[in-house]
Design a protein around this ligand. Sequence first.
Ligand code: ASP
Length: 317
Amino acid sequence: MSYTLVIHGGAGNITPAIMNATQEAEYTAALHESLKAGNSILKNGGTATDAVIAAICSMEDNPLFNAGRGAVFTKKGLNEMDAAIMDGSNLAAGAVAGVRNIKNPIRLASEVMLHSGHVFLANEGASEFALKQGVEMATDEYLFNQSRYDQWMEIRDTDFTQLDHKGDNLKGTAVPDTGHKFGTVGAVACDIHGNIAAGTSTGGMTNKRFNRIGDSPVIGAGTYANNATCAVSCTGHGELFLRAVVAYDVSCLMEYKGLSLHDACEVVVKDKLVKLDGEGGLIAVNARGDYELCFNSAGMYRGMCNSEGKEMVAFYK
Ligand code: ASP
């Protein structure tokens, strides 16, 4: 039986001009490490859900990415993280928003899915549940990242919020691009049992209002999985991805309109999102192991591997 794993580390203004050879090597190694973590589970017959969690934890532990250890700062100078996981075999889902001092928010989302009786917990309620479940915590020092802090310092006295990969605010007025191109992380997988899953984890946007929640943890917007159609994880300007209900829209185009995985992703990312000025991208897989890495931005940190021994990592268009 075959399996497929696809990951992203954020989409945006990622071009050769903003990356030097050292950075390229660091990102290449980080993406391969994440693929390795998920692959080791899938090749031993593990579930798509476990592979997604392993691949995402690897990126959450790496300060290169805007998730877990590398999470950006809010307007109050805090790290508030969002994450979601969905199991396409039974439509089980778990999500957390605005969590602080959690080492791996994707693990907390999984705990919510499996043990809370709920789907979505936020802020103090999510923290209290994390304590109860014995989820690993992280200190402010562990989560502190100098380049993220510098990014925040540049705009903390303004009303700008900044996507990791693009100088931008919610009203559409650009602020200078700081040159830091790091991102939200996500994974989708199809396991040897033919089940699929999706997960996404993020620090959101630099200088975001406190308690702002993006698309990543919202089931149907940034994250969705259904064995009958596809598993999707998004990255990009969350406000637009929320309004476009991106992940579920890809699934709906397949379910109700009979589009292929490829065509559904193309319509949503290259047409519908573009018309809304929604910059970003997504990764998707179906229960046959077909996969897509689709984006309308200059680049997306991404990678895939499968049971046939294929493995690739890329950044640019
Ligand atoms: N979509 C994320 C958010 O808006 C950001 C990203 O993907 O980089 O919170």
